[in-house]
Design a protein. Structure first.
Length: 365
């Protein structure tokens, strides 16, 4: 059941707590609970056991668009799923009812939405089409009427090329106009999914009409698993890629040629389990903001932090969610002002890995 909360901005009491930070060179940090209020909460049910992997974008000052994945019957990644949308005309204080607008048609499902407002004010919607256990690829659609109607999909990667994973809230447009999307290509052996992926970026220099593949991120040390990359343009024009790994940290790689080639990976200072992070630039202040799971093993707590040195260090770490027995994951960030943002994420019991109900919170940071 969806709950629209009238924003009187009654905040949670500011609380201090101590939590362990890492398994290597562990130091205790004092974290505060982020000041937040709930904008939208959609609880899972037997019929709809999972809503997750969504994105949110401000189309104009009085119009927000929210798109997420709605699973039918079961919550596994290959279960039937469609894309639904909601809109808000009051900065997230209330939301329309959900409308299914991208159906799975002949595929297993469609999932993992990324929204991008292009330099020509067109709205781009990226998502995955899963045809089989070995055929998964991103496509893009466009809207020029405030998300009322959408173009036919354009495949960013040729179908039947392999199994490519692209997370929610991942597409970016560089200052040069190039659109870049990060993907992780996975293989199957004897029908078993192989967790370690090969990381690429695909790019378009004609506003999404045609797409090209860059070089892969150099292979890492034996035993280091790569999954679910994200990217952000740095102020010097380079691109920072952050990668989900199994070694207790998000890992970084850099591109100096607009996403075509990548440096060897290095560990970041973002402690993390095998779970994706989200990093976005505040357009009002140029600060970077990260939302991620600050833990070695669990998808909890879900935290937020800021960086004024392009991701080299993270300050003002605050807890967004820390519900015992639950996991929270797959965040997306949208800024409303210099110190206001909406953060979207999925939350559920641990055994469901956080994939269940959908929560959208307003926070001042």
């Amino acid at each position: 059941m969806a709950k629209n909360v009238n924003f009187s901005w009654i905040y949670f009491i500011l609380v201090c707590c101590f939590i362990s930070c890492s398994s290597e060179e562990i130091e205790e940090e004092i974290l505060t609970y982020a000041l937040k209020s709930e904008s939208l909460f959609i609880e899972s049910s037997l019929d709809i056991p999972r809503r997750s992997e969504g994105d949110i974008i401000q189309i104009r000052e009085d119009l927000l668009l929210l798109v997420y994945t709605k699973f039918h019957g079961d919550f596994y990644d290959h279960s039937p799923a469609t894309l639904v949308k909601r809109i808000s005309t009051d900065r997230g204080k209330s939301w329309s009812e959900e409308v299914e607008f991208i159906n799975r048609e002949n595929s297993l499902n469609v999932m993992s939405a990324s929204l991008l407002k292009l330099s020509n004010n067109t709205i781009a919607l990226f998502y995955l089409v899963k045809n089989s256990n070995t055929d998964c690829y991103p496509v893009v659609r466009f809207s020029n009427d405030d998300a009322e109607t959408w173009s036919e999909p354009i495949a960013c990667i040729k179908p039947e090329s392999g199994y490519f994973v692209m997370n929610n809230s991942r597409a970016i447009q560089l200052s040069t106009g190039r659109i870049v999307i990060p993907v992780s290509k996975h293989s199957f052996q004897d029908g078993v999914f192989q967790g370690n992926g090969t990381i690429y970026c695909y790019y378009s220099d004609d506003l999404g009409k045609t797409w090209h593949q860059g070089n892969s991120v150099p292979s890492a040390q034996k035993g280091l698993i790569f999954q679910e990359p994200g990217i952000i343009e740095l102020l010097n024009g380079n691109i920072l890629m952050y990668i989900r790994t199994n070694w207790g940290w998000q890992y970084y790689s850099y591109s100096k040629d607009k996403g075509y080639s990548w440096s060897k990976v290095t560990s970041s200072t973002l402690q993390s389990p095998l779970s994706p992070a989200s990093i976005a630039r505040n357009p009002y202040t140029d600060a970077l903001v990260a939302v991620w799971n600050m833990s070695n093993e669990e998808r909890m707590p879900l935290c937020v932090a800021g960086s004024m040195d392009e991701g080299q260090s993270w300050k003002r770490k605050s807890i967004l969610e820390n519900k015992k027995g639950y996991s929270a994951c797959y965040p997306a960030i949208e800024f409303l002002s210099a110190n206001e943002m909406l953060i979207l994420y999925s939350i559920a019991e641990k055994e469901k890995m956080g994939l269940g109900s959908l929560k959208l919170v307003y926070t001042k940071y």
